[in-house]
Structure formats: structure tokens, C-alpha cells
Design a protein around this ligand. Structure first.
Ligand SMILES: *[C@@H]1O[C@H](CO)[C@@H](O)[C@H](O)[C@H]1NC(C)=O
Ligand SMILES: *[C@@H]1O[C@H](CO)[C@@H](O)[C@H](O)[C@H]1NC(C)=O
Ligand SMILES: *[C@@H]1O[C@H](CO)[C@@H](O)[C@H](O)[C@H]1NC(C)=O
Ligand SMILES: *[C@@H]1O[C@H](CO)[C@@H](O)[C@H](O)[C@H]1NC(C)=O
Ligand SMILES: *[C@@H]1O[C@H](CO)[C@@H](O)[C@H](O)[C@H]1NC(C)=O
Ligand SMILES: *[C@@H]1O[C@H](CO)[C@@H](O)[C@H](O)[C@H]1NC(C)=O
Ligand SMILES: *[C@@H]1O[C@H](CO)[C@@H](O)[C@H](O)[C@H]1NC(C)=O
Ligand SMILES: *[C@@H]1O[C@H](CO)[C@@H](O)[C@H](O)[C@H]1NC(C)=O
Ligand SMILES: *[C@@H]1O[C@H](CO)[C@@H](O)[C@H](O)[C@H]1NC(C)=O
Ligand SMILES: *[C@@H]1O[C@H](CO)[C@@H](O)[C@H](O)[C@H]1NC(C)=O
Length: 620
């Protein structure tokens, strides 16, 4: 075919095709205009998709799909997360989200998720122009302004997903009219005002997440009407008032997070087996809740005739699926109802800092078959650490009994039985005495050990031998401060634990030298040896701790000069060498000269910046 003939054919197609949408050479002019204006608002597109938006057939453009009957644009999906063959990639667009989007009258799906440089507002009239819209997905953008009231007109809307933007103003009460809405996600914005009562009309809602806003007022009393709701997250707002009793009526609820608000009054709990039977996560911590923990259920007292039904009945009981229960930092009173023993799947339980006055750890509690993370800080527990902790059904991974009134010594069975796999152990702020038992060296998995604020004594060296024979060790956090330890420092860095990031030995009665083996703790970020009786020179080896940000050595008997090598501690943000016996010129340069005078005060003879200049006689 000659070039001339090709042109004739082409022109013919164009001429006849223009009025003939079946040939799809040009998409609907209104759609084309809307998309072209949208494109012109974007000045950076690292995905390169918009650059290929040329010509008139917008249905073939990347990210656009048309309805194959009407030829109208039905879907725009320019999600930032593009998974090419092997490597996932987050695209970036910078520019303005244009209100021209309202020209695409048949739009059903709009997804611009993750494009963090996309600014602008939602068009006020969006609800009047996009009657077919089913999914509006704009998360992690830079959108601001109010969520328009007209959105309540989008009667086909199933997903409204606008989290991680800067939307402000009130929640439109018109949203309550969206009978088909399944997913409403507006978390991490700047929304104000209260949750409209109309939300209780959202009977198709499965997922409601409004956390991390500035919402005030009460939770709607009739929230229990949301019969298919599976996830409810209203945490980190300023919600006040009582928990509505109807919450217990949320029959499909699986995750409920109402923590970090100003909610008060008692916790409503299910009264029949049909209620809340799917609940897995319940977070109520950091509120002003009062009252007792109510019995979680009517107890199933299996009759003698049907003893074999116990198991199946238990499976049906409310809260049987709960795996996390966190009511820490409230004002809940004791005693704990023994009915809690039906929490057969509970893995993590946090009752810390309430008014529980437990006196002792209830035995039935640690016998819950799946429990592995136990937080009972500030629960008024007294006496010895009970021996039944070594034979729980599940190995305990996290145990926090801090801020109680525990007495006696740390048990010799600590690294044994169900306490052999501990990752976190917090026994701080009790009245424990005597030495650390040898059995702790069995705790190969220990990552966090906090024993501060007790009356422990003797050598601390066993702690540095934990997991002997295992490379590097897993311990990252070690706080033995505020005790009466007198020795054991020489094992630092020699023992198995070299991955320690925080080491606090302050306020003990440690004496002797600062061990140079400390330089083997390559990951150390915070070191506090203050208020001990350590002496001799400061070792140059400290300067090899290149990650060090905090160094507190005040109130000891360190003598001699500050080693010049300390100038290598480039990451140091906090330094305290005060109240020692140091002399000579403070090494000149960053970071040492930048600390306040108080970092160096109370020594025998330090001088130079930031202290007054050294007298010439110093350089005799
Ligand atoms: C139109 O789309 C529907 C659903 O997406 C599909 O099943 C059908 O095969 C398409 N028709 C044509 C002619 O492409
Ligand atoms: C948009 O495309 C992405 C990537 O293919 C996909 O994960 C996402 O579910 C789509 N969005 C919608 C609303 O269908
Ligand atoms: C986000 O939008 C604001 C205006 O609301 C603008 O000043 C800022 O530069 C935008 N940030 C980014 C990362 O685009
Ligand atoms: C819920 O919907 C009903 C019927 O559509 C309406 O009468 C009622 O006012 C709505 N409730 C709220 C709180 O908006
Ligand atoms: C829970 O639902 C039942 C049955 O629908 C109803 O009778 C009861 O009043 C509801 N309770 C609350 C507190 O809303
Ligand atoms: C309970 O919530 C508090 C406060 O946010 C948190 O510090 C704690 O880790 C949570 N407990 C558990 C077991 O997750
Ligand atoms: C241990 O418990 C105390 C008191 O409850 C708390 O202040 C401290 O942060 C906890 N330690 C760790 C490592 O979580
Ligand atoms: C701890 O227990 C001892 C002995 O029973 C008692 O004297 C003391 O007051 C208790 N301390 C606290 C803080 O409860
Ligand atoms: C070390 O522990 C003491 C006493 O418990 C505390 O006051 C100090 O802040 C801790 N040091 C660091 C660096 O956290
Ligand atoms: C500590 O640093 C010095 C030089 O600054 C170096 O010679 C020495 O080998 C380092 N020690 C370790 C254990 O890395």
C-alpha cells in the first residue's frame, strides 16, 4: 500500500468514526475533557503513565477502563502501588487534584491511593455529578478541606476510603444515608465534631475506622444497630461519655479499638452467647473507665445429662475468640470475675494500672490455655512471685509484674518450664531482694529485661551471660538501675550479650574501673552508669561506641582527663560527666563543646569550652 492510500483509509476511518462510538477512536468528549484537565493539574508523575495519555481514545489509556456498552469511563485507577514483575514500586505524583473529575458522569471507581504529592480538595458538588460512584479511594494523599455534605447523595457508594490526608471540619451527617456503604475509613485526618447519630443507619457497614482525628462528643447510643460491623476503630480521639450498652449487640464484631479517649463508666459486656462471639481484639486502654470487669458471660453450667457438650458450648460462648484484651490505664476496680476463665483463646492480657488491688495473681488466670503475654503492672500484687507461673499451659513470652509490691527473691526457676522462652521480663518497681539466680542464663530469647527499682544485690554478671553459647545474644534493653548491685561490670561485653542498645546501671553501689570491654557493645545507644562508686580514668575505648547518643557518668569518682577520642562520639546528644574528679581541658570541638556547662560542673579541675578558659598555668 502506498503512503497516499494509507492516508485515504485513515481519513475515511476518522471521518466516519467520529460519530460512531463503536469504532472507539475517540472517547466520550466529556470524559476526555475531564481527564485532560486532570492531567494538566499534575506536573510530576514518576510512573510515566500520564505522559502516555495522548490522542483521543481515553479508554485505552493506562489506568482507565470504560464501560464496554456505553463507552463511558467507568474506572480510574492510578494507585501509587504498581507491582511490576518482581519489584513493587510506589509512584509519585505532584500537583493538584482537579475538580474536572466531576465531568466523568459514569465513573464507578476512583483510586488515587498512595500518591502523597496530590493536593487540593474534594469538589463540593461531587455528589451531584458522579451518581454511579461505588468506590472512592484516596488514601495517603495531601488532600485538605471538608468532606462535602453532597457525598451523601452517592447512593451507590460502597467504599469511602480517605485516610491519611488533611481533611478537616465535621463528619457530614448525610453519610448516614449511604445504605450500601461497606467500608468507611477516614483515620489520620483532622476531623472535628461528633460522630453523627445517623451513622447508626449504615446497616451495610463492615469496616469503620475513624481513629487519630479530633472527634469529640459521645459514641451514638444505637451503635449496636450495625449488625454486620466487623471492625470498629475510634481510638485516639477526644470521645467522652459512657460506652453505649448497645456495643454488646454488635454480633459480627471482631476488632474493637476504643482506646485513648476520655470514655468513662463501666464496660458493657455481652449477656448472651450470641453477642460479641467473634471478638478477637478489644482495646479499651487509656480512658477513664470505672466499675468492675463484668462477668464476660452467663456461665454455661452444663447439666449432668450433657457433659460432652462442654467444649462445643464453650466455643459458642461470648468472647471465646478474644485474643487481645487491653484495659490498662483506667480506673477499673477489682476483683476480677472468675468467668474470665472462659477466654479460651486469649493470648495477650493487659490489666495494668487500674484500681484492681488484686493482692495476688489469680491462678486460674495464668491457666488460660493460650495466654503468653501477661501485663499486670500496678495491680496491687503482694508477696512472692508465685511458683505456678512455671507451669502455665502456654510458654510465657512477655511478663510484666512491675510497680506491684512483690517481695522475696527472683525465683531460681526463672529460666525453667513455661518461663524458658521469655522475651520480655519487667519486674521493676517492686521490693525484690537478694541475687540474680543462675537460671536466668537459660533465657536464650530474652530481649528486654527491666529489674530497676528493687533491692537486688550482689553481682549482676549473670545477666551478661544469658544465652551463653548463642552468637551475639538477643538482649537489647537492660535496666538494672536503682538497686544495690556491687559487682559484675567486668562481664560487660565479655559475656554473651553484645547486641545491647540500652544499658542502665545507675544508682547502684558499683565500684572499680569502667571496663574497656564495653567497646564490644557495638550497638549501644544509651549508657547510664551514674550515681555509683566507679573510679580511675575514663577509658578511650568508650569512643569506639559509634552509635552512642546518651552517656551519663555523673556522680562517680572518675579521675584524670577526658580522653581526646571522645570527639569521635558524633551521635552524642546527651552527656553528663558532672560531679566526678575530672581535670584538664575539655577536648576542643564538636560534640563536646556544644553541651551545657552543667554537663561538666562539679569536677576537680575541668576547663575550656563550655566552661571558662583554662589558665595558662595548666600548660606548664
Ligand atoms: C463487557 O464487559 C463484561 C464485564 O466486564 C464482559 O463480561 C463482556 O465480555 C464484555 N463484552 C465485550 C463485548 O467485550
Ligand atoms: C487499583 O489497582 C491496584 C493495583 O493493581 C489494585 O491493588 C487496587 O485494588 C485497584 N483499586 C481498586 C479500587 O480496584
Ligand atoms: C500539601 O498541600 C499544602 C497545601 O494544602 C502545600 O502547601 C504542601 O506543599 C503540599 N505538600 C506536598 C508534599 O505536596
Ligand atoms: C435512619 O433512617 C430512617 C429511615 O430512613 C430515618 O427515619 C431516621 O431519621 C434515620 N436516623 C438517623 C439518626 O438519621
Ligand atoms: C440488643 O438487641 C436486642 C435484639 O435486637 C434488643 O432487644 C436490645 O434492646 C438491644 N440492646 C441494646 C442495649 O441496644
Ligand atoms: C496496652 O496498651 C498500652 C497503652 O497503649 C500499651 O503500652 C501496651 O503495650 C498494650 N498492651 C499490650 C499487651 O499490647
Ligand atoms: C517496666 O515497667 C515500668 C513500670 O510499669 C515502666 O515504667 C517501664 O517502662 C517498663 N519497662 C519496659 C522496658 O517496658
Ligand atoms: C508493701 O508490702 C509491705 C508489707 O506487706 C507494706 O508494709 C507496704 O506498705 C506495701 N507497700 C505498698 C506500696 O503497698
Ligand atoms: C536510668 O535509670 C534511672 C533510675 O531508674 C533513671 O532516672 C534514668 O533516667 C535512667 N537513664 C536513662 C538514660 O534512661
Ligand atoms: C577502637 O578504636 C581504635 C582507634 O580509634 C582502634 O585502633 C581499635 O581497634 C578499636 N577497637 C575495637 C574493638 O574496634
Amino acid at each position: 500500500m502506498t503512503i497516499e492510500l494509507l492516508w485515504v483509509v485513515l481519513i475515511t476511518i476518522l471521518t466516519f468514526g467520529e460519530a460512531n462510538t463503536r469504532l472507539k477512536e475517540v472517547c466520550n468528549p466529556s470524559d476526555l475533557k475531564g481527564l485532560t484537565i486532570f492531567k494538566s493539574g499534575i506536573h510530576v508523575d514518576t510512573s510515566g503513565r500520564l505522559a502516555k495519555w495522548v490522542g483521543g481514545n481515553c479508554c485505552n489509556w493506562e489506568g482507565i477502563s470504560c464501560d464496554n456498552r456505553t463507552g463511558r469511563v467507568a474506572e480510574i485507577n492510578l494507585s501509587a502501588f504498581i507491582s511490576s514483575d518482581d519489584s513493587p514500586f510506589q509512584a509519585q505524583m505532584e500537583g493538584l487534584f482537579s475538580s474536572s473529575i466531576t465531568l466523568l458522569a459514569s465513573l464507578q471507581v476512583l483510586d488515587l491511593g498512595g500518591l502523597s504529592g496530590l493536593s487540593g480538595t474534594l469538589p463540593k458538588s461531587i455528589g451531584f455529578h458522579l451518581p454511579e460512584l461505588r468506590r472512592l479511594v484516596l488514601y495517603g494523599n495531601n488532600l485538605s478541606g471538608a468532606i462535602p455534605e453532597s457525598i451523601g447523595k452517592l447512593s451507590k457508594l460502597e467504599e469511602l476510603v480517605l485516610p491519611e490526608n488533611k481533611f478537616s471540619g465535621l463528619l457530614p451527617s448525610s453519610l448516614g444515608g449511604l445504605k450500601n456503604l461497606k467500608r468507611l475509613s477516614l483515620y489520620s485526618n483532622r476531623l472535628l465534631g461528633s460522630m453523627p447519630d445517623s451513622f447508626t443507619n449504615l446497616t451495610s457497614l463492615v469496616y469503620l475506622d475513624l481513629h487519630d482525628n479530633s472527634l469529640t462528643g459521645h459514641i451514638p447510643q444505637r451503635i449496636g444497630q450495625l449488625q454486620v460491623l466487623e471492625e470498629l476503630d475510634l481510638s485516639s480521639n477526644f470521645l467522652a461519655g459512657n460506652l453505649p450498652p448497645s456495643l454488646a449487640n454488635l454480633t459480627s464484631i471482631s476488632v474493637m479499638c476504643l482506646d485513648t479517649n476520655y470514655l468513662e463508666g463501666p464496660i458493657p459486656f455481652p449477656s448472651s452467647s450470641a453477642q460479641m462471639s467473634s471478638l478477637r481484639l478489644l482495646r479499651l486502654h487509656t480512658n477513664h473507665l470505672t466499675g468492675k470487669i463484668p462477668p464476660t458471660l452467663e456461665i454455661w453450667s452444663p447439666s449432668k445429662d450433657f457433659p460432652y457438650q462442654i467444649t462445643s458450648l464453650r466455643e459458642q460462648s461470648p468472647l471465646a475468640l478474644l485474643i487481645l484484651f487491653n484495659v490498662s490505664h483506667n480506673m477499673i476496680q477489682g476483683p476480677l470475675p472468675s468467668e474470665m476463665s472462659s477466654l479460651q483463646n486469649i493470648q495477650a492480657l493487659d490489666l495494668s494500672f487500674n484500681l484492681l488491688s488484686l493482692t495476688s495473681i489469680p491462678k486460674w488466670l495464668v491457666e488460660l490455655p493460650s495466654l503468653s503475654r501477661i501485663y499486670l503492672a500496678g495491680c496491687g500484687i503482694q508477696g512472692n512471685i508465685p511458683v505456678f507461673l512455671r507451669s502455665t499451659p502456654s510458654p510465657i513470652q512477655e511478663l510484666d509484674l512491675s510497680a506491684n509490691n512483690l517481695t522475696g527473691s527472683i525465683p531460681t526457676w526463672l529460666g525453667v518450664g513455661s518461663l524458658a522462652q521469655l522475651y520480655l521480663l519487667n519486674l521493676s518497681r517492686n521490693s525484690l531482694v537478694s541475687k540474680i539466680p543462675y537460671s536466668v542464663t537459660n533465657l536464650h530469647d530474652l530481649g528486654v529485661l527491666d529489674l530497676h527499682g528493687n533491692k537486688l544485690s550482689g553481682s549482676m554478671s549473670r545477666v551478661f551471660e544469658i544465652g551463653q553459647g548463642f552468637p551475639d545474644g538477643s538482649l537489647t534493653y537492660l535496666d538494672l538501675s536503682d538497686n544495690k548491685f556491687s559487682s559484675g561490670m567486668e562481664q560487660i561485653g565479655v559475656g554473651a550479650q553484645r547486641g545491647i542498645q540500652l544499658l542502665n546501671l545507675s544508682n547502684n553501689i558499683l565500684h572499680g574501673r569502667f571496663p574497656t570491654s564495653i567497646e564490644r557493645l557495638k550497638l549501644l545507644q544509651s549508657l547510664d552508669l551514674s550515681s555509683n562508686k566507679l573510679g580511675f580514668n575514663l577509658p578511650e575505648a568508650v569512643a569506639n561506641l559509634s552509635m552512642l547518643e546518651t552517656l551519663k557518668l555523673e556522680k562517680n569518682r572518675f579521675a584524670g582527663k577526658i580522653p581526646n577520642e571522645f570527639l569521635k562520639l558524633r551521635k552524642l546528644k546527651q552527656l553528663d560527666l558532672s560531679d566526678n574528679l575530672l581535670v584538664g581541658e575539655i577536648p576542643v570541638g564538636k560534640p563536646l563543646s556544644d553541651f551545657p556547662q552543667s554537663s561538666y560542673s562539679g569536677n576537680r579541675g575541668l576547663c575550656g569550652k563550655p566552661l571558662p578558659p583554662c589558665k595558662p598555668t595548666w600548660f606548664g
